[in-house]
Design a protein around this ligand. Sequence first.
Ligand code: ATP
Length: 668
Amino acid sequence: MHARLQRQHIETVVRLSEGRADLAYPCREVIQRSWQRCVDEYRLDPGRPRPVRVLTRQALLDCREPIDELLYVARAGIDQLHAQIAPLGHVLLLTDRNGVTVDFRGREDQDRALHRAGLYLGADWGERHAGTCAVGTCVHEGRAITCHQREHFDATHIALTCTAAPIHDPQGNVIAVLDISALQSPRSLQSQNFALPLVTLYARMIEDAWFLHRYRDTPVLRFDASRSFVHFNGRGLIAIGEEGRILAGNGEARALIEAHCQRWSPWATAGLPAATQLFDAELDDLLGLAVREPDQLRAFRVRATGETRFVTLIEPCRPRAAAVTEPVSATPALDRLAGDDPAMHRLLKLARRLRDEPVSVLISGETGTGKEVLARALHDSGHRAQQPFVAVNCAAIPESLIESELFGYLPGAFTGGRARGMRGLIQQADGGTLFLDEIGDMPLALQSRLLRVLAEREVMPLGADAPVRVDIRVMTATHRDIAALIEAGGFREDLFYRLNGARLSLPPLRERADRHFVIRSVFEALVAERAGRVRLRADAMSALLDCPWPGNVRQLKNALAFALATHEGDEITVHDLPEECRGGHGVWPTEGVTERRAPASARVPASARVPAWQAAGPEAEALQALLARNGWNISRVARCLGVSRPTVYRRMRRFGLVPPNRRELIDD
Ligand SMILES: Nc1ncnc2c1ncn2[C@@H]1O[C@H](COP(=O)(O)OP(=O)(O)OP(=O)(O)O)[C@@H](O)[C@H]1O
């Protein structure tokens, strides 16, 4: 059946391209023109159908690079459009201006069929190779187009229905093409009537998002014929430079500028008019729109046409001082911990209120979400900031040592102890904050003693006969379900209530809306620790944004440290990232497997393990080397690193580093 249709199709194309009308197949003019080009210009032979050309991995990366930042800006639009068309059986392609597919959203259940049809990454849908098709013909015509089934030139593609719309840069050149395609569809072209306006709408949204991104440091006038639409969907955008000079405009604005140039032809040669020549306005009127007008908009007359446009002003972004100019220090204060994530905002608002309150704070969150960082920031922003912050990882200290570590002991209190005795960590925190990490791992017997410390505010060192008063603020953290532990009899309920004076729950990184901010902050902090300037390229940023981060900020930090340690030159690209973080960005689809990028949250379960490379990352290797050099003497290593011994234990545990002889773990 398909072979017969293909034969019929080839005959039709041959007849029409030879100028012989085929009344049985009424062909649209735009399609006919393209078929003619395929035969006359590109020398394609309709009698020899061929599958779509696919670029090599390197060639695809080269095509991706110039528009990588656009892909990053376009992500939300691409995902939204895909969510709408996927239930209708369509897939989505974004190609560069030559028709090479640089981004793709497909369907898992159609992998093989999509692959065979050329609907996947790296496929070249330029008219020159693929013949008449939505993408290629859209690029040639410079406008949105549907290419339905037998309108395709090449008989290989006649089952497909495709609709593509161009995406223009602020200068009006096509920079990319947005396409939706389906392997099967009803015969009639009308069945695809929904596609053209939908793809055109999203192409325009992406175009405008790109425009606003490109001119984010410049005042932009946004205008519309409707007063009520201008703020949220003003169709025209004009970026203005010094003295109101127009730097660029989107499609709507370019139409106004063209009308202006036609009316006053000298403009056509003298370049772009100023905004005050386009609109009947003073520059002050335009630049003052945001502050002077009650609803931040005003009507102006378009000089060339006499029509009215409602104009508003989008002021240039002022970079957040913390995110851009100020490197994040090792212990970020509360304000530096988040960008615009709503859950983090709520959390930090509460944390600010708790700064100087004498309540115990329990911080929960998956591993690596920054529980200790939050505890330290809370400490640093309160009145105890100048006093010690002592972090204890209850899971990292061997059970036999935890009591003496926490409570300390007097000389001769037990065999094996230091001759001079030891001040416990609780006492070391006197005046400041005691941060008990992994509190769920605290042995039951010690829970009772800790409860006494909290209730009485005094500590009884081992071997002492009188308690010592302590003034500490206690913060605890856990990634375990304490309620379940209490239920199972592994945790004292009364202690839990003491510790849980206030609860701060850190969201996992993959759920944070401010991932961009976190990536930037962590990167800048790491760069600040090293000499030299390094840039995080947009393709690396896109990959990092897509990563599911089961190990949260710690994993992110390690991935960036890895990239900084191994990259060459002055920028980090997607290829410098550990393989686990590249997702679809650096990975070439294997035979029969179509590249797809589902939303991060859908791909990796929350419980997914931290990848193996992390254990072998540079941080782990460096620690292992340092431990070996110091004969596994933890105190010495802690001094070298400028951290506490529990921190060294914690890191060892995290990286799975086990000393060759456990006895050597006892400090000197
Ligand atoms: N906002 C942040 N900015 C910079 N680095 C951060 C931030 N949050 C966390 N980190 C880094 O991520 C790593 C993990 O942070 P932290 O130890 O606070 O996590 P955690 O939730 O306490 O982990 P665990 O559950 O394993 O104890 C640390 O190296 C820390 O410096």
